[in-house]
Design a protein around this ligand. Structure first.
Ligand SMILES: Cc1cc2nc3c(=O)[nH]c(=O)nc-3n(C[C@H](O)[C@H](O)[C@H](O)COP(=O)(O)OP(=O)(O)OC[C@H]3O[C@@H](n4cnc5c(N)ncnc54)[C@H](O)[C@@H]3O)c2cc1C
Length: 376
């Protein structure tokens, strides 16, 4: 059973956040700015943040040409431009908040590989540039086909290369480590190994129930307001099925001597992405070849997709170059039907803030800022 002291000091808060991914950390940071003396706790199920934020590819990007065109068609031009703007501003916010050096931020540009089937998009570069001009004050996409050979890609497969000078990359591990240190330095408590099993309302606020692993009993944390930032993991926390999980498979090679490229790369409307990390190549994606299996919150490998990724590495990205795979992993993203993030009240004291549709490195800062308006 809990002691008198534990009950007095550890169970009651002004704000309680569920999930210590980027969203939870940004919300915590914003709350410390708004109310420096507030008592704030984050409950995290993992021994450290254990969702997408520690598993991602570390692209500081806001949408490739084919992805933006696909979004224009699906969600309309106005909404797509608004989201691109938020991603761009969100990257600036992340850099300012954590410091470029502390997150390993580098800008070597971004490129999209265009295959035969997508060559038609080249006719749309000018139109998309015009639409995005108010955000970047510059034409954002340009053809850069000379680099196909220079980067060592197979020219029989890669028919065109579109360059975007604004895209950058970060070191995901460094970013998360820095962010955890920053919010704890501001007095936020992060309690790990705390999987919230349910949330309910009480006259004093929102109540999050956790199983105390040592005492083997349920304990209730109460706060004036509870922010649910669990991304696609909503089991038992909400009746509303608003976010669909989408798993992403990732692999990274061992260092490759004389790696011929630097930068971040995309293809197939953002479904595939790769980058250099120092002398290694990180490659991820391929969800679109097995959508059904990848709609899951289980951190599992998908052999079909991993085989596909390795084949793309061998045939398209590193043809003729020997490489070895050092690591493979998966992470879970949260998707909404219209690509808008969720910022909504579940009840008087419980707020849902989640789903960045695979772009949360860029977006979470802006979404967290907006979410604080739920308190007004
Ligand atoms: C493979 C992959 C590659 C990606 N690449 C990029 C990229 O290059 N650029 C980009 O901008 N975005 C990328 N993303 C997306 C980005 O990582 C996410 O959008 C972002 O990290 C989401 O942050 P979050 O805090 O909302 O969610 P998460 O990071 O998933 O955090 C949710 C947290 O909640 C915790 N949690 C869940 N349930 C409970 C519970 N019941 N109780 C307590 N804690 C709980 C989890 O353990 C987790 O720590 C990628 C994602 C993946 C998976």
């Amino acid at each position: 059973m809990l002691s008198f002291w534990e009950k007095n000091s550890f169970l009651e808060y002004d704000y309680l956040i569920i999930g210590s991914g980027l969203m939870g950390l940004h919300i915590a940071y914003e709350l410390t700015e708004r109310e420096p003396n507030a008592k704030i706790v984050i409950l995290e199920r993992g021994i450290f943040p254990s969702g997408a934020s520690t598993k991602n590819a570390g692209f500081a990007c806001f949408g490739s040409l084919t992805e933006i065109i696909s979004d224009f068609n699906l969600n309309g031009v106005e909404q797509t431009i608004e989201i691109v703007k938020e991603r761009y501003e969100g990257i600036g916010l992340l850099c300012d908040r954590l410091g470029k050096e502390n997150i390993g931020y580098e800008v070597h540009g971004g490129y999209e590989l265009i295959f035969e089937k997508d060559l038609g998009v080249l006719d749309k570069i000018e139109e998309v540039n015009c639409r995005l001009f108010p955000i970047f004050k510059k034409n954002i996409f340009e053809l850069n086909n000379e680099k196909i050979i220079q980067f060592g890609f197979d020219p029989n497969e890669v028919k065109a290369l579109i360059y975007n000078s604004f895209e950058g990359q970060i070191d995901t591990g460094k970013m998360m480590e820095t962010f955890v240190k920053l919010v704890t330095s501001k007095g936020v408590q992060i309690l790990t190994g705390c999987e919230v099993l349910s949330i309910k309302e009480s006259p004093r606020g929102g109540v999050a129930t956790v199983e105390h692993k040592v005492l083997k009993e349920s304990i209730d944390f109460t706060a004036r307001k509870v922010f649910v930032c669990t991304n696609a993991c909503m089991d038992n926390l909400s009746d509303v099925e608003i976010v669909r999980p989408g798993r992403g498979q990732v692999l990274i090679t061992k260092p490759i001597a004389h790696l011929p490229f630097e930068g971040v790369f995309h293809f197939d409307a953002g479904y595939y992405y790769f980058r250099n990390y120092q002398q290694r190549v990180l490659l991820g994606g391929g969800r679109n070849i097995d959508f059904e299996k990848e709609e899951s919150t289980d951190f599992e490998y998908n052999e079909k997709i991993l085989d596909n990724l390795k084949s793309i590495l061998t045939k398209v990205i590193l043809p003729g170059i020997q490489f070895e795979i050092e690591d493979e992993w998966s992470g879970i993203m949260g998707f909404t039907a219209d690509k808008k993030s969720i910022i909504q009240s579940q009840s008087e004291h419980v707020k849902l803030v989640m789903s960045c549709n695979g772009m949360g490195v860029a977006l979470t800062g802006i979404i967290a800022k907006k979410a604080l308006s739920l308190l007004d």
